[in-house]
Design a protein around this ligand. Structure first.
Ligand code: NAG
Ligand code: NAG
Length: 305
């Protein structure tokens, strides 16, 4: 091939590409660039065809994720329909320019980039849109070892939070919001469904002056989602809960006990009365029937007598 023919070929290619572009310029596909989807909920990936004419006819719509076809409409019929995916418009047809994709039950695997391609009688277009799946972390639980930790004894706290996505962080704070995370290590587990389970251990040394340990779970965008507080007892001996009771509780506690005793007694009395009544009731209907029988034929009977 000489230079001249290569030049001609190049010009020809450029022209044919621009003609191609001119054709696809008739319609355009508009997609929201990114969408947040909540785990377990429906997710909508919005794509709408911008068409110059009202009578634009859609020939092909293809929704794909990583080369896997999810939903394909081709010349009047669906040639692919993976379970869990559908057009968002309930009675979509080839005249409906809203080709948004609906994901019924959002899971971790739905996170990622999607491609939508449309072929119409006035051009072709192609766009991508991404779904960011999030799952809210559960309220952290704190386990302590030993069960009661005092300022003197010290101990180990284990904080756990799960069912979240993407990977988050557990952080520890004291009552003055001073961070205690530095000396802790976080363990991350991934469940079968792709959700994250976080766990972190905090060791409280003997004689530390930390009276409250707060375990907070932060999502992937460093937003605090939930927190749980563990109180370290200030008393030297763990079982002395009495000292912890405030004066109000001291008065209220006996009142509650006496109150429940009285209510219990009343209930017992009521029950006895009821059962006595019930015994009486069981005889009344018999007497009633008896009386009715007597009055209904009693009039005749009376005349006869
Ligand atoms: C497309 O259809 C879905 C489902 O009916 C709807 O929620 C969405 O708002 C529509 N988008 C546009 C741009 O009309
Ligand atoms: C992270 O948490 C913050 C605070 O609760 C919230 O506003 C934000 O939407 C969350 N981000 C994600 C991606 O879940």
């Amino acid at each position: 091939m000489n230079m001249a023919s290569m030049g001609i070929l190049l010009i020809f290619t450029v022209i044919s590409i621009s003609i191609g572009n001119a054709k696809t310029g008739f319609i355009s596909l508009e997609c929201k660039a990114e969408k947040l989807g909540q785990y377990g909920q429906q997710s909508l990936l919005e794509c709408v065809i911008n068409a110059p004419d009202d009578d634009t006819d859609i020939r092909v719509v293809t929704w794909k994720k990583a080369l896997r076809s999810l939903l394909v409409f081709d010349e009047g019929k669906f040639t692919k329909k993976q379970p869990g995916y559908s057009f968002a418009e309930p009675s979509w047809n080839n005249r409906n320019m809203n080709v948004s994709l609906l994901i019924t039950n959002t899971a971790v695997e739905h996170d990622g980039l999607y491609e939508c391609m449309v072929v119409t009688d006035s051009g072709t277009d192609y766009k991508t849109t991404s779904l960011k799946v999030t799952a809210k972390y559960s309220e952290p639980t704190i386990l302590s070892n030993p069960e009661v930790i005092t300022l003197d004894t010290g101990g180990t706290l284990t904080c756990e939070s799960g069912h979240g996505y993407p990977e988050g962080k557990l952080r520890w704070f004291d009552e003055l919001k001073g961070e205690l995370t530095k000396d802790t290590q976080m363990e991350v587990k991934v469940t079968k469904s792709g959700l994250f389970q976080l766990s972190s251990k905090l060791v409280l040394g003997q004689g530390s002056n930390i009276s409250q340990c707060i375990c907070s779970v932060f999502n992937a965008s460093a937003g605090k989602e939930e927190e749980t507080t563990f109180k370290v007892l200030n008393t030297p001996k763990p079982p002395e809960f009495q000292k912890k009771l405030d004066p109000a509780t001291k008065i209220v506690a006996p009142l509650v006990v006496i109150g429940s005793l009285i209510i219990g007694l009343l209930l017992a009395l009521l029950y006895r009365k009821r059962s006595q009544q019930a015994r009486r009731h069981s005889t009344i209907p018999l007497m009633g029937n008896h009386r009715m029988v007597r009055t209904s034929d009693g009039e005749e009977g009376d005349e006869k007598c």
